[in-house]
Design a protein around this ligand. Structure first.
Ligand SMILES: Nc1nc2c(ncn2[C@@H]2O[C@H](COP(=O)(O)OP(=O)(O)OP(=O)(O)O)[C@@H](O)[C@H]2O)c(=O)[nH]1
Length: 281
Protein backbone atom coordinates (compact mmCIF):
# COMPACT_ATOMS: atom_id res chain seq x y z
CA UNK A 1 0.00 0.00 0.00
CA UNK A 2 1.48 3.34 -0.91
CA UNK A 3 2.79 5.25 2.07
CA UNK A 4 0.55 8.24 1.45
CA UNK A 5 -2.61 6.16 1.33
CA UNK A 6 -1.64 4.27 4.52
CA UNK A 7 -1.09 7.57 6.28
CA UNK A 8 -4.47 8.78 5.13
CA UNK A 9 -6.15 5.64 6.45
CA UNK A 10 -4.30 5.45 9.77
CA UNK A 11 -4.03 9.02 10.80
CA UNK A 12 -6.98 10.45 12.70
CA UNK A 13 -8.93 13.14 10.94
CA UNK A 14 -7.54 16.59 11.63
CA UNK A 15 -9.57 18.47 14.24
CA UNK A 16 -11.97 21.12 13.01
CA UNK A 17 -10.50 24.49 13.76
CA UNK A 18 -12.86 27.41 14.26
CA UNK A 19 -11.20 30.62 13.26
CA UNK A 20 -12.36 33.61 15.21
CA UNK A 21 -12.35 37.03 13.65
CA UNK A 22 -9.76 38.87 15.76
CA UNK A 23 -11.57 42.15 15.06
CA UNK A 24 -14.67 41.07 16.91
CA UNK A 25 -13.34 38.45 19.40
CA UNK A 26 -11.97 40.25 22.42
CA UNK A 27 -10.27 38.64 25.41
CA UNK A 28 -8.73 41.83 26.79
CA UNK A 29 -9.81 45.44 27.17
CA UNK A 30 -8.44 47.40 24.19
CA UNK A 31 -6.54 50.53 25.26
CA UNK A 32 -7.85 54.09 24.91
CA UNK A 33 -6.43 56.26 22.09
CA UNK A 34 -4.68 58.28 24.79
CA UNK A 35 -4.74 57.56 28.51
CA UNK A 36 -4.96 61.28 29.21
CA UNK A 37 -7.98 61.82 26.98
CA UNK A 38 -10.49 59.44 28.48
CA UNK A 39 -12.84 59.63 31.42
CA UNK A 40 -13.33 55.83 31.21
CA UNK A 41 -11.47 52.72 32.28
CA UNK A 42 -7.76 53.58 32.12
CA UNK A 43 -6.71 50.10 33.26
CA UNK A 44 -4.82 47.77 30.97
CA UNK A 45 -7.54 45.13 31.14
CA UNK A 46 -11.09 44.37 32.25
CA UNK A 47 -11.46 44.55 36.03
CA UNK A 48 -10.63 41.16 37.70
CA UNK A 49 -14.02 41.38 39.47
CA UNK A 50 -15.81 41.56 36.11
CA UNK A 51 -13.88 38.56 34.76
CA UNK A 52 -14.63 36.62 37.97
CA UNK A 53 -18.36 37.38 37.77
CA UNK A 54 -18.50 36.36 34.10
CA UNK A 55 -16.77 33.06 34.80
CA UNK A 56 -19.29 32.04 37.48
CA UNK A 57 -21.48 29.20 36.14
CA UNK A 58 -24.49 31.25 37.27
CA UNK A 59 -23.55 33.95 34.76
CA UNK A 60 -22.34 31.70 31.94
CA UNK A 61 -25.53 32.28 29.96
CA UNK A 62 -25.82 36.00 30.67
CA UNK A 63 -28.26 37.45 28.11
CA UNK A 64 -27.07 40.87 27.05
CA UNK A 65 -29.39 43.00 24.96
CA UNK A 66 -27.86 44.53 21.82
CA UNK A 67 -26.32 47.87 22.59
CA UNK A 68 -27.47 50.96 20.69
CA UNK A 69 -24.74 53.23 19.34
CA UNK A 70 -25.56 56.52 17.61
CA UNK A 71 -23.22 58.47 15.32
CA UNK A 72 -23.91 62.20 15.21
CA UNK A 73 -22.11 65.19 13.71
CA UNK A 74 -22.23 67.74 10.87
CA UNK A 75 -23.00 66.58 7.35
CA UNK A 76 -20.17 65.00 5.36
CA UNK A 77 -17.82 64.64 8.35
CA UNK A 78 -17.50 60.91 7.58
CA UNK A 79 -19.93 59.08 9.88
CA UNK A 80 -21.05 56.62 7.20
CA UNK A 81 -17.46 56.14 6.09
CA UNK A 82 -16.18 54.99 9.49
CA UNK A 83 -19.09 52.57 9.97
CA UNK A 84 -18.60 51.14 6.46
CA UNK A 85 -14.85 50.82 6.91
CA UNK A 86 -15.33 48.77 10.08
CA UNK A 87 -18.32 46.68 9.00
CA UNK A 88 -17.39 46.03 5.34
CA UNK A 89 -13.77 47.18 5.09
CA UNK A 90 -14.71 49.45 2.21
CA UNK A 91 -14.35 53.15 1.46
CA UNK A 92 -16.19 55.28 -1.09
CA UNK A 93 -14.84 58.58 -2.38
CA UNK A 94 -18.15 59.94 -3.59
CA UNK A 95 -20.44 61.58 -1.08
CA UNK A 96 -24.00 60.28 -0.71
CA UNK A 97 -25.86 62.03 2.09
CA UNK A 98 -27.55 59.76 4.62
CA UNK A 99 -31.32 60.19 4.45
CA UNK A 100 -32.70 60.01 7.97
CA UNK A 101 -30.72 57.11 9.35
CA UNK A 102 -28.77 53.97 8.32
CA UNK A 103 -28.46 50.88 10.45
CA UNK A 104 -25.80 48.17 10.85
CA UNK A 105 -25.56 45.30 13.33
CA UNK A 106 -22.13 43.96 14.28
CA UNK A 107 -21.71 40.89 16.48
CA UNK A 108 -18.87 40.66 18.97
CA UNK A 109 -17.68 37.93 21.27
CA UNK A 110 -16.21 39.43 24.42
CA UNK A 111 -14.78 37.22 27.18
CA UNK A 112 -16.76 34.34 25.65
CA UNK A 113 -20.08 36.20 25.70
CA UNK A 114 -22.07 37.23 22.65
CA UNK A 115 -22.58 40.99 22.39
CA UNK A 116 -24.36 42.85 19.56
CA UNK A 117 -23.73 46.45 18.59
CA UNK A 118 -26.57 48.24 16.80
CA UNK A 119 -25.00 51.12 14.91
CA UNK A 120 -27.31 53.97 13.99
CA UNK A 121 -25.62 56.24 11.47
CA UNK A 122 -27.74 59.41 11.55
CA UNK A 123 -28.01 62.16 8.93
CA UNK A 124 -26.00 65.30 9.51
CA UNK A 125 -28.05 67.47 7.15
CA UNK A 126 -30.29 69.96 8.93
CA UNK A 127 -33.40 68.97 6.93
CA UNK A 128 -33.24 65.39 8.26
CA UNK A 129 -32.60 66.38 11.87
CA UNK A 130 -36.17 65.77 13.08
CA UNK A 131 -36.17 62.26 11.54
CA UNK A 132 -32.73 61.40 12.93
CA UNK A 133 -33.63 62.80 16.37
CA UNK A 134 -36.29 60.12 16.76
CA UNK A 135 -33.54 57.49 16.60
CA UNK A 136 -31.44 59.02 19.36
CA UNK A 137 -33.51 57.45 22.15
CA UNK A 138 -32.01 54.86 24.50
CA UNK A 139 -28.53 55.02 23.05
CA UNK A 140 -25.93 53.47 25.35
CA UNK A 141 -23.10 54.98 23.32
CA UNK A 142 -22.95 58.39 21.61
CA UNK A 143 -20.22 58.97 19.00
CA UNK A 144 -19.84 62.67 18.20
CA UNK A 145 -17.83 63.01 14.99
CA UNK A 146 -16.05 66.00 13.46
CA UNK A 147 -13.89 66.46 10.36
CA UNK A 148 -10.27 67.10 11.37
CA UNK A 149 -9.77 69.17 8.24
CA UNK A 150 -12.68 71.51 9.09
CA UNK A 151 -12.41 73.27 12.41
CA UNK A 152 -16.02 74.53 12.42
CA UNK A 153 -17.23 70.91 12.59
CA UNK A 154 -15.42 70.58 15.93
CA UNK A 155 -17.14 73.71 17.14
CA UNK A 156 -20.55 72.13 16.53
CA UNK A 157 -19.62 68.96 18.46
CA UNK A 158 -21.09 70.31 21.70
CA UNK A 159 -24.38 71.19 19.98
CA UNK A 160 -24.66 67.61 18.62
CA UNK A 161 -23.99 66.05 22.00
CA UNK A 162 -26.56 68.26 23.76
CA UNK A 163 -29.14 67.37 21.13
CA UNK A 164 -28.38 63.63 21.48
CA UNK A 165 -28.54 63.80 25.26
CA UNK A 166 -31.86 65.70 25.12
CA UNK A 167 -33.57 62.77 23.45
CA UNK A 168 -31.81 60.21 25.58
CA UNK A 169 -33.20 58.31 28.50
CA UNK A 170 -30.16 56.12 29.18
CA UNK A 171 -28.61 56.93 32.55
CA UNK A 172 -25.00 57.53 31.64
CA UNK A 173 -24.17 56.83 28.01
CA UNK A 174 -20.55 56.24 27.02
CA UNK A 175 -19.45 59.28 24.97
CA UNK A 176 -16.76 59.48 22.28
CA UNK A 177 -15.44 62.45 20.34
CA UNK A 178 -13.99 61.19 17.04
CA UNK A 179 -11.92 63.24 14.59
CA UNK A 180 -12.23 61.83 11.04
CA UNK A 181 -10.19 62.19 7.81
CA UNK A 182 -6.85 62.19 9.63
CA UNK A 183 -5.23 61.37 6.25
CA UNK A 184 -5.96 64.89 4.95
CA UNK A 185 -3.73 66.68 7.48
CA UNK A 186 -0.02 67.35 7.68
CA UNK A 187 1.73 66.22 10.86
CA UNK A 188 1.67 69.76 12.27
CA UNK A 189 -2.00 70.30 11.43
CA UNK A 190 -2.83 66.92 12.91
CA UNK A 191 -1.11 67.71 16.20
CA UNK A 192 -2.67 71.18 16.39
CA UNK A 193 -6.14 69.78 15.76
CA UNK A 194 -5.67 66.99 18.34
CA UNK A 195 -4.71 69.59 20.96
CA UNK A 196 -7.87 71.61 20.24
CA UNK A 197 -10.05 68.52 20.17
CA UNK A 198 -8.55 67.31 23.44
CA UNK A 199 -9.91 70.43 25.14
CA UNK A 200 -13.36 69.86 23.63
CA UNK A 201 -13.30 66.17 24.63
CA UNK A 202 -12.52 67.09 28.23
CA UNK A 203 -15.36 69.62 28.20
CA UNK A 204 -17.79 67.01 26.83
CA UNK A 205 -16.39 64.35 29.20
CA UNK A 206 -15.80 62.17 26.17
CA UNK A 207 -13.04 59.76 25.17
CA UNK A 208 -11.05 61.14 22.23
CA UNK A 209 -10.01 59.33 18.98
CA UNK A 210 -8.50 60.47 15.65
CA UNK A 211 -9.24 58.09 12.74
CA UNK A 212 -9.24 57.81 8.95
CA UNK A 213 -11.79 55.75 7.06
CA UNK A 214 -9.77 56.16 3.87
CA UNK A 215 -6.54 54.65 5.23
CA UNK A 216 -8.17 52.60 7.99
CA UNK A 217 -6.06 54.38 10.63
CA UNK A 218 -7.28 53.40 14.13
CA UNK A 219 -10.69 52.25 12.85
CA UNK A 220 -10.56 48.71 14.29
CA UNK A 221 -8.95 49.93 17.51
CA UNK A 222 -11.70 52.50 17.98
CA UNK A 223 -14.61 50.10 17.39
CA UNK A 224 -13.04 47.43 19.61
CA UNK A 225 -12.61 49.93 22.42
CA UNK A 226 -16.21 51.13 21.90
CA UNK A 227 -17.56 47.56 22.02
CA UNK A 228 -15.52 46.71 25.13
CA UNK A 229 -16.63 49.79 27.10
CA UNK A 230 -20.25 49.22 26.06
CA UNK A 231 -19.93 45.56 27.07
CA UNK A 232 -18.52 46.48 30.50
CA UNK A 233 -21.42 48.88 31.11
CA UNK A 234 -24.02 46.35 29.89
CA UNK A 235 -22.62 43.55 32.07
CA UNK A 236 -22.50 45.81 35.12
CA UNK A 237 -26.10 46.84 34.53
CA UNK A 238 -27.20 43.22 34.14
CA UNK A 239 -25.34 42.13 37.28
CA UNK A 240 -26.96 44.99 39.22
CA UNK A 241 -30.40 43.81 38.07
CA UNK A 242 -29.62 40.20 39.11
CA UNK A 243 -28.30 41.43 42.48
CA UNK A 244 -31.30 43.62 43.23
CA UNK A 245 -33.65 40.79 42.15
CA UNK A 246 -31.95 38.32 44.50
CA UNK A 247 -31.97 40.89 47.35
CA UNK A 248 -35.72 41.33 46.81
CA UNK A 249 -36.22 37.55 46.81
CA UNK A 250 -34.16 37.16 49.99
CA UNK A 251 -36.17 39.90 51.70
CA UNK A 252 -39.47 38.31 50.69
CA UNK A 253 -38.25 34.91 51.92
CA UNK A 254 -37.14 36.48 55.23
CA UNK A 255 -40.52 38.16 55.66
CA UNK A 256 -42.46 34.96 55.05
CA UNK A 257 -40.12 33.07 57.40
CA UNK A 258 -40.79 35.66 60.11
CA UNK A 259 -44.53 35.46 59.65
CA UNK A 260 -44.33 31.65 59.78
CA UNK A 261 -42.37 31.79 63.05
CA UNK A 262 -44.96 34.14 64.45
CA UNK A 263 -47.83 31.86 63.44
CA UNK A 264 -46.11 28.85 64.94
CA UNK A 265 -45.53 30.62 68.23
CA UNK A 266 -49.09 31.84 68.23
CA UNK A 267 -50.33 28.39 67.51
CA UNK A 268 -48.23 26.78 70.25
CA UNK A 269 -49.12 29.36 72.86
CA UNK A 270 -52.83 29.15 72.11
CA UNK A 271 -52.68 25.37 72.11
CA UNK A 272 -50.67 25.33 75.32
CA UNK A 273 -53.16 27.77 76.87
CA UNK A 274 -56.08 25.56 75.85
CA UNK A 275 -54.44 22.49 77.34
CA UNK A 276 -53.77 24.43 80.55
CA UNK A 277 -57.30 25.68 80.88
CA UNK A 278 -58.65 22.21 80.10
CA UNK A 279 -56.65 20.61 82.90
CA UNK A 280 -58.82 19.26 85.67
CA UNK A 281 -56.11 19.08 88.38
N1 LIG B 1 -9.99 61.79 2.64
C1 LIG B 1 -10.97 61.25 3.35
N2 LIG B 1 -12.26 61.43 2.98
C2 LIG B 1 -13.22 60.88 3.73
C3 LIG B 1 -12.94 60.13 4.90
N3 LIG B 1 -14.10 59.74 5.44
C4 LIG B 1 -15.07 60.19 4.63
N4 LIG B 1 -14.56 60.89 3.61
C5 LIG B 1 -15.31 61.52 2.51
O1 LIG B 1 -16.17 62.49 3.07
C6 LIG B 1 -17.41 62.53 2.38
C7 LIG B 1 -18.56 62.39 3.37
O2 LIG B 1 -18.49 61.13 3.99
P1 LIG B 1 -19.78 60.45 4.68
O3 LIG B 1 -19.30 59.27 5.42
O4 LIG B 1 -20.84 60.21 3.68
O5 LIG B 1 -20.24 61.61 5.67
P2 LIG B 1 -21.48 61.60 6.67
O6 LIG B 1 -21.02 62.23 7.92
O7 LIG B 1 -22.06 60.24 6.81
O8 LIG B 1 -22.50 62.57 5.94
P3 LIG B 1 -24.10 62.74 6.15
O9 LIG B 1 -24.70 61.45 5.74
O10 LIG B 1 -24.52 63.86 5.29
O11 LIG B 1 -24.34 63.04 7.57
C8 LIG B 1 -17.36 61.41 1.36
O12 LIG B 1 -17.03 61.96 0.09
C9 LIG B 1 -16.23 60.52 1.84
O13 LIG B 1 -15.56 59.86 0.78
C10 LIG B 1 -11.56 59.94 5.27
O14 LIG B 1 -11.20 59.30 6.24
N5 LIG B 1 -10.64 60.55 4.45
Amino acid sequence: MPQLLRQQLLLPASPTVTLHDPRTHLRRLPPAYSTTQTPYNRDKDFAPQLRYQLELPLHSKLKLRPCKVIFVGDCAVGKTAIVNRFCYDKFQNNYKATIGVDFELENFNILGHHFGLEMWDTAGQERFKCIAGAYYRNASVIVVTYDMSKRDTLESAKKWLISALNYNTTNAPVIFLVGTKADLLTKEEFMRMERLAGVTAAELQAEYWSVSARSGYKINEFFQRLAALAFEAAVQQQLDVIKSRSTDQAQTAQKSEKSQTFDLRNYLSSNFGRQKSGCSC
